[in-house]
Write a protein that binds this ligand. Structure first.
Ligand code: HEC
Ligand code: HEC
Ligand code: HEC
Length: 224
């Protein structure tokens, strides 16, 4: 008889406790429990998919050679981590700093304004590796991406990209070629996705906000 009463007593206390606890308390307990597992579920929705692979996030900027301290940019080929320093041909290559002397300057990245350098014909890059006479297929189409909040809107210029790049460099792998079809966020760009596939690596870095956020917001029409 006694062995039955004690579990029964526990069951009654448990049910009573459930009954007394208001529904709001029960609900409040759930998100709190989830918050314990994930560090910032509310503020960082864009970063959430990355939580499965924290090492990648931790190394977000190791590839980002254009974000290195100024003194470490444009090193000689022997020190750039790309060329083989033991190859006797490596020191024969013209060091970037020497090659860049007559190019237009910028304030970031490798400190060259490549758009201006190309425009002024200071360089004449091949559009096709094998065909020296191939001409760039330049598309003059600006895409404006409205940005929520106070940052100016983003203007993506096709002309300044297609002067160097082929459509297939971006379409369809990085961007679906349809205005507004692609969700783009600053978090992705900083992680080396979307615009960040190139910007910060081979094109001007993310620190140059105004080059992308170049269209001031039109002030809301004033009621008269
Ligand atoms: C550097 C990357 C890049 C290159 C290179 C590029 N595009 Fe795009 N393209 C974009 C982006 C970004 C968008 C905007 C997508 C969005 O708004 O979601 C876009 C949009 C488009 C659109 C949709 C326009 C609209 O109004 O819906 C077309 C068409 C297009 N591109 C064609 C081309 C063609 C043709 C080429 C080659 C001559 C080219 N693109 C090269 C990045 C690129
Ligand atoms: C496939 C590589 C690639 C991608 C992806 C890419 N860019 Fe570029 N972008 C370049 C290169 C290369 C240049 C020219 C070199 C430079 O300015 O550093 C350039 C130049 C620009 C310029 C011109 C800057 C000037 O001085 O006039 C703007 C603006 C720009 N990019 C914005 C964007 C935006 C916004 C996105 C994403 C929607 C994007 N780019 C995606 C490679 C890329
Ligand atoms: C390479 C181009 C580029 C550069 C450089 C850049 N942005 Fe952006 N930014 C974008 C694009 C593209 C979007 C997405 C716009 C949209 O919603 O379609 C964006 C969105 C944003 C947003 C809206 C919220 C979000 O995360 O999507 C903010 C805020 C913002 N950028 C701030 C900045 C600041 C601050 C800088 C400089 C430190 C900067 N951006 C540099 C391209 C750029």
């Amino acid at each position: 008889m006694r062995t039955v009463t004690i579990p029964l007593l526990f069951a009654v206390i448990f049910l009573a406790a459930l009954f007394i606890a208001s529904p709001s308390q029960i609900h409040a307990a759930q998100p709190a429990g989830k918050a314990a597992e994930t560090p910032q579920p509310k503020d960082a929705p864009a970063a959430a998919p990355e939580k499965a692979t924290p090492p990648k996030a931790a190394g977000a900027n190791t590839f980002n050679r254009l974000m290195k301290p100024k003194s470490e940019r444009n090193p000689t080929q022997a020190a750039d981590g790309i060329h083989d320093p033991d190859n006797p041909g490596t020191p024969q290559l013209q060091p970037p700093k020497e090659a860049f002397t007559n190019f237009s300057n910028s304030n970031a990245g490798n400190y060259i304004n490549w758009v201006q350098t190309l425009k002024s014909n200071a360089i004449n890059p091949r559009y096709d590796r094998q065909d020296p006479n191939a001409e760039a297929l330049i598309l003059d189409l600006d895409i404006v991406r409205e940005v929520k909040g106070s940052m100016p809107d983003v203007v993506y210029p096709h002309d300044r990209h297609t002067a160097w790049l082929d459509c297939s460099n971006c379409h369809p792998d990085i961007f679906i070629p349809e205005k507004g079809k692609n969700a783009i966020s600053m978090a992705q760009i900083l992680m080396g996705q979307k615009c960040g596939v190139c910007h910060g690596k081979v094109a001007f870095p993310v620190s140059e906000c105004r080059l992308c956020h170049s269209k001031p917001k039109t002030p809301a029409a004033k009621p008269k």
